[in-house]
Design a protein around this ligand. Sequence first.
Ligand code: ZN
Length: 273
Amino acid sequence: MKNIKINNNFKRIFIVLIILSIFLIGIQAASAATPTVTVEKWGTGGDVTKNSLIKKNIPKSEITTKVIKAAKKGTPVVKFGNGKGKKTLIVSGVHGSELSSQVASMKLINYLSKKKNIKGTIYVIPFVAPKATAKNQRFYNGKNLNSIANKKGSITNKIMLFAKKNKIDAVGDFHCTMPGGNPGKNIIMGTKVPTLKSARMAIGISRLIKQPYRNYLIAGKEYPGALEDVLNLRGIPAVTCEVKTPHGKIASGSITASLRQMLGFLRYNKIIT
Ligand SMILES: [Zn+2]
């Protein structure tokens, strides 16, 4: 009699455990994958929350705290996906005072960390040079990082090497352009030669998000040392996306416009739907 009772209890516990594990597996399959945050120790570290507009506009969350902490030690990299599938890289903050695209990157990171069904791999570098972002400065250590990607040892050259090492298939570099400047409007830019996929991507994103595009003929001609150009010259299709806002400030709608460009870039590359 006693033995039967113990057996029955055991059976019940066993059934409960099975139901519980099926439930947990189900939750895990449906939930978003946790991103990993790493740091490239390039001497670029800084406290981006010292920039009051960055602090005010980025989402407050656990992942944001992680990224801010990482940025104090160097250039933070947030990775979504397991390294398989098509690999994409989103970059912002090549110019430290171009705030809307850096805030948009942080919004994207927060959005993706809750998103299910990311197909492939996404790397996001939200702050290329946190030190320059913290000081709201366009240049890093007095240098325009978007004119020296062709110089060995520069931070943007290191980003190109990072893209090579991680076998990145497409790069989006996100910037801000002054009203009345060049291009002075929201735009997607690519280059035809030698990586035609760059020009095709600019047109594709432009169609998806209904913003204009401009394709240059030869990479490195108009803008030698621009990150996009150097990536295209190395055979990694890249686009430059600009949103209109004064440097060091955030114009109304410019964060949303930049985020739209980033999502368009990911949709074009079939990483998200
Ligand atoms: Zn820029």
